[in-house]
Write a protein that binds this ligand. Structure first.
Ligand code: ADP
Ligand code: MG
Length: 266
């Protein structure tokens, strides 16, 4: 089961890229996120684990802006982003993989990647710049698209319709669509859910092989995989951070043992 990820050689840099402060999310009276404080380093591979209903997906929704926060603050790249729109957060460099749903089946592979690069480009440059440099922008977008297609290994099938792709290639395209938005941080919510062991490993290898420069935040239920991959792990339980540390620290943590890992670690 050992996995090699030579491409993703770099580790956490010690510089914080994402930080939350007293983050609270209530649904009516129910507290789904309870004063969560996390800090993720640039370049880190961080996993978020915890039982069903612990608030993992809710935390992601707060970070991406899919849900408004009830209390607290979120900082990205040193700036507060708590109230920014989801689109503005993408622009700032927060990418999220939505799995199959972010692919347009009727478009070609190239068109899918280009569309993502284009939406980013349109947002990132000012109206004035967009008027003055149309050809530069066009070239830049084509370059970016080709670069992404190469990095996800889909140049040969670039002109095929996305819905005609084999399963593994669809997964590649999903990563490509995220990569095309030029993210610094990418969030994955159980990307391997429902996959066989083989598909799971192929997907993780792909994520690590393609997103070599990105900080990764992964929600994953496969503990063995999480222990193997993560620089650090955050354990959520009932909306609260129960523990945080290296895989070794988490495996040895008594609170985590009691509340969550239980018999899983013998
Ligand atoms: P996890 O991803 O860790 O399984 P979630 O973040 O999806 O947990 O959910 C945490 C808790 O918040 C659950 O009890 C869930 O029912 C509740 N919850 C999530 N989203 C909503 C919502 N939109 N409205 C009401 N309750 C919600
Ligand atoms: Mg979830």
């Amino acid at each position: 089961m050992a996995m090699e990820s030579p491409a993703r050689a770099q580790q956490a840099t010690g510089e914080t890229i994402l930080r939350t402060e007293g983050l609270v999310k209530k649904f009516g009276q129910f507290i789904a996120t309870d004063h969560v404080e996390i800090a993720v380093d640039r370049g880190e591979f961080r996993s978020i684990i915890g039982p069903n209903g612990a608030g993992k997906t809710t935390l992601f929704n707060l970070i991406t802006g899919a849900l408004p926060v009830t209390e607290g603050a979120i900082y990205f790249d040193g700036e507060e982003i708590t109230s920014l729109s989801p689109a503005e957060r993408v622009r700032r460099g927060i990418g999220r993989s939505f799995q199959i749903s972010n692919i347009f089946g009727g478009l070609t592979v190239r068109e899918n990647v280009r569309l993502a690069a284009q939406s980013m480009d349109r947002d990132r440059y000012s109206f004035a710049e967009s008027l003055f440099k149309p050809t530069d922008r066009y070239d830049r977008m084509n370059e970016r698209t080709d670069d992404v297609l190469s990095r996800i290994g889909l140049r040969d099938v670039a002109d095929e319709r996305a819905d005609a792709l084999a399963y593994g290639d669809k997964r590649r395209l999903e990563i490509g669509v995220v990569l095309a938005t030029d993210p610094d941080l990418v969030l994955f919510d159980e990307p391997t859910a429902g996959m066989s062991a083989e598909e799971t490993h192929a997907t993780i290898d792909l994520i690590e092989g393609v997103l070599v420069d990105q900080t990764l935040l992964l929600i994953e239920h496969d503990i063995e995989l999480v222990m193997e991959l993560s620089d650090r792990i955050t354990v959520l339980n009932r909306g609260e951070v129960l523990a945080e540390g290296t895989p070794e620290e988490i495996a040895a943590d008594q609170d985590v043992q009691d509340a969550y890992l239980g018999g899983m670690t013998e």
